[in-house]
Design a protein around this ligand. Sequence first.
Ligand code: SF4
Length: 259
Amino acid sequence: MKGQPENLHARKRLFLGLLLASMVTLCLMTAAIWYLVLTPDKSVLQLLILYGLVAVVAGAVLLALFGICGMLITIYWSKTVRPLQIPIHVAVNLLFPIVLTLGQIFHIDKDRIKSSFIEVNNNLVRAKHLIVNPRRLLLLVPHCLQNSDCPYKITVDINNCRRCGKCAVSDLLKLRDKYGVILGMATGGTLARKFVRQYYPEAIVAVACERDLTSGIQDVNPIPVLGVTNERPNGPCFNTNISITRVEEAIQLFILGES
Ligand code: SF4
């Protein structure tokens, strides 16, 4: 996409490259099954099972190939191609476990791969050019943003925050009030899913670590999610931080169509 810094392109390339490598892996699997078909001395039942396997894997390869092409076209044109939405979904869900396995084999950090996936997802969401009513936009943030010394119980009611400025919660509340969006603070995946069921948002801006964002984006599909990874200067799940500018840009993208 025009105007994006080089490192964002590099981030996207990692996931897209691993997706292509996963495709090659699936093709090799198909070839291996086909080789078994061609070897002699098999019963009719064995042959039928092998033919079935070839058909299933080859079908999945074809659909995933359309999906990868769909992703590349969408990101390049910054425009959604409707008929390719299902293949894109299939490609991500089918190939993601293979992508992670390949990453492990090549000693690529899991968080780097997930961060790359989030970047690709954000590009696909931007390409939809959605305009969402702020009251149908859920800003979902993790509890670890709250300062650990804060005595106020904000998971029960986030309005208990006294906005002292010691953590990002006060800035998030300012954003909520400024744009009129829904703000939900989740202590984990279960509560996050409850918020989604409760508010049934048209779109979500989600703040979390790479792992939670990746699973969350896949869980709530087809609801579009713009993911913003949190900063973890004190390690995971403890006194984390967030770039409020990036969160505000994501909100603006959904409600104003720009950032
Ligand atoms: S901003 Fe709110 S949540 Fe954060 S430390 Fe202050 S009172 Fe607690």
